[in-house]
Design a protein around this ligand. Structure first.
Ligand code: AMP
Length: 283
């Protein structure tokens, strides 16, 4: 069945309250639309966990800096609705900018420890926009579960900590990265890549797999691993490393000898398109 499309905050709140009166649990997947299998995996997991499912489609302007791709971010609402229908989504929340940020808007939510690390170095205002919109959406949808992808590992950690710190009742679930058959992590931004860039973008996944293999063999020299990755990536003419970081998976501080769970995260410009990927290395 085609999902119900709700565009106002008041109507979304009414819907959630009605479900709650009926004793139905709610799973929520926030997205910026242009859905792919990564999003659908979150929707499916939500359907397993809860009685009803809500997907938001909103390209949030406050998480884009001037000069970033806000205006050309890919959109295809009709296709998104079709995919949501196939996944038996109950409601698509599709608000306008005026609905989310009316004139006089003044309040932002900021994680003060993690927002300037990793992606925050290149995108200093990004996570402030993310935490603000997700806090607003959590208040509006009032879900039992919200699902996020590990593709955006820093985002997932920041949101988990926000939900804890601000006492949101919504339980945060983080699901694995979904990849194309050739290994490229799915992303709406993959659409920007030319055929040559699409081919060269495989180096992100390949270099992660290579480090995983060396790690399994016992290599622990993080500088060496990083250099090897950078060399592999920069050998592709379209690719330029933004960052390659080995960090503690909980604090995002540089990994040390005592880090148990290391997040290896990277961002690479492929042409003008900035792609991210990551993996976890366990000691
Ligand atoms: P976006 O529409 O890019 O804001 O992503 C919405 C949600 O889908 C976020 O929680 C992302 O982490 C998640 N997501 C995006 N791509 C993937 C992927 N390839 N695998 C798993 N989750 C993903």
């Amino acid at each position: 069945m085609t999902p119900k499309v709700i565009k106002t905050i008041a109507a979304m709140r009414r819907q959630s309250r009605q479900w709650q009166r009926e004793g139905r649990s709610i799973a929520f997947v926030p997205t910026m639309g242009f859905l792919h299998e990564g999003h659908l995996s979150l929707i499916r997991k939500g359907r397993e966990l809860a009685d009803v499912s809500v997907v938001s489609i909103y390209v949030n302007p406050t998480q884009f800096a001037p000069g970033e791709d806000l205006d050309k971010y890919p959109r295809d609402f009709e296709r998104d609705i079709r995919l949501c229908a196939e996944e038996q989504v109950d409601v698509v929340f599709f608000p306008s900018n005026e609905e989310m940020y009316p004139g006089g808007y003044q309040t932002f939510v900021l994680n003060e420890s993690l927002s300037d690390k990793l992606c925050g170095r290149t995108r200093p205002t990004h996570f402030k926009g993310v935490t603000t919109i997700v806090a607003k959406l959590f208040n509006i949808v009032d879900a039992d579960y919200a699902l996020f992808g590990r593709k955006d590992a820093q985002q997932a950690l920041i949101i988990r900590n926000m939900a804890r710190d601000l006492n949101f009742r919504t339980e945060i679930i983080v699901a694995p990265i979904v990849r194309e058959p050739d290994g490229l992590a799915m992303s709406s931004r993959n659409k920007y890549l030319s055929p040559v860039q699409r081919q060269q973008a495989l180096v992100l996944n390949e270099s992660l797999r290579r480090v995983e293999a060396l790690w399994r063999e016992g290599e622990r020299d993080l500088d060496r691993l990083k250099k090897e990755m950078a060399t592999a990536i920069e050998s592709r003419p379209e690719c330029r490393v933004d960052y390659i970081s080995f960090v503690d998976a909980d604090t995002l501080e540089n990994a040390g000898d005592d880090s148990k769970k290391i997040l290896l995260a990277l961002a690479v410009f492929v042409g003008n398109t900035r792609l991210i990927d990551n993996t976890l290395l366990q000691r």
